[in-house]
Structure formats: C-alpha cells, structure tokens
Design a binder for this molecule. Structure first.
Ligand code: C5P
Ligand code: MG
Length: 161
C-alpha cells in the first residue's frame, strides 16, 4: 500500500543592488538581485522546505544554518539535493512539484523551461512532474514595491507501492 504526504514551502528574500538574481538555478539578467547568505534562490529554497516538510524532516535552516560559513554563497541546488536524499532515506520518492514565484519585475516567463529543467534534474524527475508559475504582486506590499521576492511550493511524496 502507498502512503502519500504533501509538503508546503515558502521563502522570501530582500532585493538589493550588486547581487545576482538567481531563481530556479537560472541567473536572470537584472540590475538588482536577491540578498542572502547563500545564492538566495527563493524557488529552490521553497521547494527544499516543501520536501523537508512532507517528510517531517524540519526545515532548511535546521539543515543549513545561515550562520555556518560553509553555506556562504552556496548553490541552493546542494540544499535541494540533500533534502531529496534525506527524504529517500525515509523511503519517499517525489510524485510532483508545483510552485509560484512572486516578483514584480523582471518578467520571468521566458526562463520557465530552464527553471523546470533545473528542478527536474536536481529532483531526478520527468519535466512533466515539475511546474513553475509566476505572479506579480500588483504593485502592492513589499513584493509589489520591488523590495522583496517570494516563492511558494507544494510537493507530493510517495512511499511504498
Ligand atoms: O501577476 P499577473 O497576474 O499580472 O501576471 C501575469 C502573467 O505574467 C503571469 O501569469 C506570468 O506568466 C507572467 N509573469 C512573469 N514574470 C513575473 C510576473 C508575472 O512572467 N515576474
Ligand atoms: Mg531563502
């Protein structure tokens, strides 16, 4: 018998000058980026937390504290792959991932396929099982004013036949 688990992930980073804008492993040409200890990839962080959450394995900061110099500037794909490995140790495989990135500008839709491919590769999933969506915040609030960006993710994990 199969057991199914859902997990929810959310992340939020401030925008800032002189930083790369890396979302879903894609570096997007832009005059600002996202601040953070690692590469500040909000999408990968949200998906990582969703996987950890579904497997009841804590959260990203528990496994990769931002006070640890080992993770300064780290590629977030490392966090994601580690979460997948921890979930696999508990017998879980990923069924699908859905996500939303909320960013006022620039437009991200031309990068959707690259982001999905990066996620599918890190998660060892078929492309069809990985969804990435984009929204503005309609100029309202910190995201809408361009001061931050957010990502949300849900995953479904399966254990057993
Ligand atoms: O937020 P809004 O509904 O106006 O977004 C309309 C469309 O614009 C989205 O469905 C998405 O395809 C695209 N979009 C984007 N990059 C963003 C925000 C939205 O490509 N940063
Ligand atoms: Mg983060």
């Amino acid at each position: 018998m199969s057991e199914y688990r859902t997990g929810l992930g959310w992340d939020n980073h401030r925008t800032g000058p002189g930083r790369p804008l890396i979302i879903g492993g894609v570096t997007i040409p832009c005059e600002f980026g996202l601040e953070g200890h690692s590469d500040a990839d909000i999408l990968l962080h949200a998906v990582t937390d969703a996987i950890l959450g579904a497997a009841a394995l804590g959260d990203i900061g528990m496994h990769f504290p931002d006070t640890d110099p080992r993770w300064k500037g780290a590629a977030s794909s490392l966090f994601l792959k580690h979460a997948v490995a921890l979930a696999a140790e508990k017998g879980f495989e990923i069924v699908n991932v859905d996500s939303t990135v909320i960013l006022e500008k620039p437009k991200l839709k031309d990068h959707r396929l690259s982001m999905r491919e990066n996620l599918a590769s890190a998660l060892n999933l078929e492309l069809d099982r990985v969804s990435v969506k984009f929204k503005t915040s309609e100029k309202v609030g910190p995201v809408g004013e361009g001061r931050s960006a957010e990502a949300q993710a849900v995953v479904l994990l399966k254990r057993g036949d």
